[in-house]
Design a binder for this molecule. Sequence first.
Ligand code: ZN
Length: 212
Amino acid sequence: MKKHSLQVAVVGVMQTNCYLLSNTETKETIIVDPGDQGNRIVQVCLKEELRPVGILLTHGHFDHIGGVKALTDAFRVPVYASEAEEELLAEPGMNLSAKFQGYSISLVPDVLLADGEEFSLAGFRIKAIHTPGHTGGGMCYYLPEESILFSGDTLFRHTYGRTDLPTSSFARLKDSLIHKLFVLPEEIEAFPGHGNATTIGEEKKKNPIWGD
Ligand SMILES: [Zn+2]
């Protein structure tokens, strides 16, 4: 039975979706990709009396990590990311913060996840699915009991992430979409890093990756 409430805050110049996934019984909350405006996200948590318990990063680009510091300063919660994203998170030249954010961001995650690793947070079972392509350490987060996938910049509604950036690979992205995400149940709702939500079934039919 579903026990979550999900809200989205669209943050920063890249209009990144920062998701707040709360356990409705305990108010424990997972924050996905606090890309910018960290203080605004802190205020949302305080106002709604949410209890942040962890930050999940789908990948290391500046527009997905810019709000992390304000949140960890306020709530002292661990940051989760793929073990394959360590270098990009640490390197402002690779995470593009030096170029596009106007200041350098260098992050060291507290928990490094491997492909297929399962963990629980806020009372939810979460499976980490490594989906390289947009970046080498792209990670999607799948919550089977809640029928939710956080798909980062790997899968968007009717499209997919760009592959012309440091550690990108189109061949790996295509493989990730077809063999890692489109094998999930069709009813799973996918919440991407930018734009509207979709479902696995919809993308199996409509995503242009099949012809690209
Ligand atoms: Zn990105």
